[in-house]
Design a protein around this ligand. Structure first.
Ligand code: EPZ
Length: 431
């Protein structure tokens, strides 16, 4: 297994190009199942999860051509361009072995039902951060006419007469649930209303792509989506939006090391709640033509409280990164995680580095310490692993982060991007 070695204490200075958003790319890839024409996606990030979804789609019969986007110059970290053509669906089963590795595989459920009238998708099972059921996806699909049975760990879904419109009211905001219903209803007969829909930018990105493919969707970006089903969808070309969690993660990297970074391609409207909170903690943001310039405003960082919420609130995917920053800020901070039930696994690892954090149920109290000390630590999930990288960048001495395969799921060439800005960071293979 690879690990990452960091020698901390070096302020970062330079430019980092933000890659396409993992959590937009995954549903966009699944949307290719909805048409027999070619969907061309650009600005796809180089990530393990993208490769997993592409693998699953190939198993289902989606032909793919992928190429690197032409880059203007070496610093331009362009993404991949992938042409996907589901001319004929060969298979409607998503096997456990694939789904267990990447929960977002469940996003093929809606498109397969809409296109083929049947789907057999393994239940994703839990993951490190929580049980993460998909009951709301299934209940909503039943409202669109799907017949669903759970059997030997699989979702057996059928819509022998096709899907029809419905009025879906999600009892809690679900990003994946909203995305599955968006894709399923695009080809359903009649109108679907999704109330209490997720408003994450990645959901809007999917809706905009579906419209480009000929779907009839209104209310994009709001919590009420109206979809008038159409007979068929056609091909389109679509560019994945920048990854707001990558933007936030590198903004914390600038702040926690006392440096200054220009985040190329970053758009503030994607991450305004994070910008506001980091601003209160003493981090400055300046909009520039090329992106967002981030630096610590003179003086020490200040402890501030946060509660994770659905968009436009503070994103749960930024909670671990923010906690790393608060661990070296002046004063105390209370972090409350309202989305997932077990998303504090970075805490014991940060404490090994000298952080002073106490967890009480869904909240954690962080008391800032003057500095952290490098140590061998263990990555447990995607965002916990990047919080350990951020802590390692600020810590005195050497940090060794094990199980970095978690990191590779969601960060495109992280150590190269950081090393370019002065970080002493390297990947050690097979340690
Ligand atoms: C998406 O997961 C993201 N993943 C997650 O990012 C992100 O943390 C999450 O949304 C919240 O923003 C992708 O987009 C691929 P949910 P998703 O359905 O869709 C409960 C990362 O680090 N729930 O909005 O699975 C669920 O247990 C990942 O990039 C049900 O109870 O999240 C959770 O507590 C981690 N029943 C809450 O809702 C359901 O049927 C929010 O889940 C569905 C969800």
């Amino acid at each position: 297994m690879d690990c990452i070695r960091i020698l901390g204490g070096k302020p970062l200075h330079g430019e980092i190009a933000i890659s396409g958003a993992k959590n937009a790319a995954l549903p966009l890839l699944a949307a290719s199942l909805l048409t027999d024409e070619t969907l061309t996606l650009s600005n796809l990030p180089h990530l393990a999860d993208i490769a997993s979804m592409a693998h699953l789609l190939r198993e289902l019969g989606v032909e793919q051509n992928v190429r690197e986007a032409p880059t203007g110059d070496a610093s331009n970290w362009a993404g991949q361009v992938m042409e996907l053509t589901a001319g004929q669906i060969k298979e409607t089963t998503a096997l456990y072995d694939l789904v267990r590795k990447m929960r977002a595989s469940v996003l093929v459920l809606g498109p397969l039902l809409a296109r083929e009238g049947e789907a057999r998708v393994s239940l994703p099972g839990g993951c490190a951060i929580g049980t993460r059921p998909v009951d709301l996806h299934l209940q909503a699909l039943e409202q669109l006419g799907a017949e669903i049975e759970l059997e030997t760990g699989y979702i057996n879904a059928r819509a022998p007469n096709g899907l029809h419109g419905g009025h879906v009211v999600f009892p809690m905001v679900t990003v994946g649930g909203t995305e599955n219903i968006l894709m399923a209803s695009a080809l359903a007969k009649g109108e679907t209303i999704i109330a209490n829909a997720a408003r994450e930018p990645e959901v809007a990105d999917l809706a905009h792509c579906l419209v480009a493919m000929g779907a009839d969707i209104t209310g994009i970006g709001t919590d009420t989506l109206r979809i008038n089903g159409v007979e068929r969808l056609h091909g389109a070309a679509y560019e994945v939006l920048p990854d707001r969690i990558e933007i936030g993660s590198y903004a914390v990297a600038a702040a926690i090391t006392g440096g200054e970074l220009l985040l190329k391609g970053a758009r503030s409207e994607l991450i305004q709640s994070t910008i506001d909170l980091l601003g209160r903690a003493g981090v400055g943001f300046e909009e520039e033509e090329k992106g967002l310039r981030v630096s610590r405003i003179n003086g020490p960082l200040r402890g501030v409280d946060l509660m994770t919420e659905p968009f436009p609130g503070f994103p749960t995917d930024m909670q671990a990164q923010f906690m790393a920053l608060m661990s070296v800020s002046e004063g105390a901070s209370m972090v409350t995680e309202t989305i997932f039930e077990n998303r504090f696994m970075h805490v014991p690892e940060l404490c090994r580095m000298g952080a002073d954090i106490n967890v009480h149920g869904a909240s954690a109290i962080i008391r800032g310490v003057p500095s952290l000390s490098g140590a061998p630590v263990m990555a447990t999930d995607l965002r916990a692993s990047v919080s350990l990288v951020l802590a390692g960048l600020a810590a005195e001495g050497e940090t060794l982060i094990n199980r970095v395969y978690h990191l590779d799921r969601g960060y495109d060439r992280l150590e190269e991007k950081l090393a370019q800005c002065g970080a002493e960071i390297e990947r050690m293979h097979g340690v």
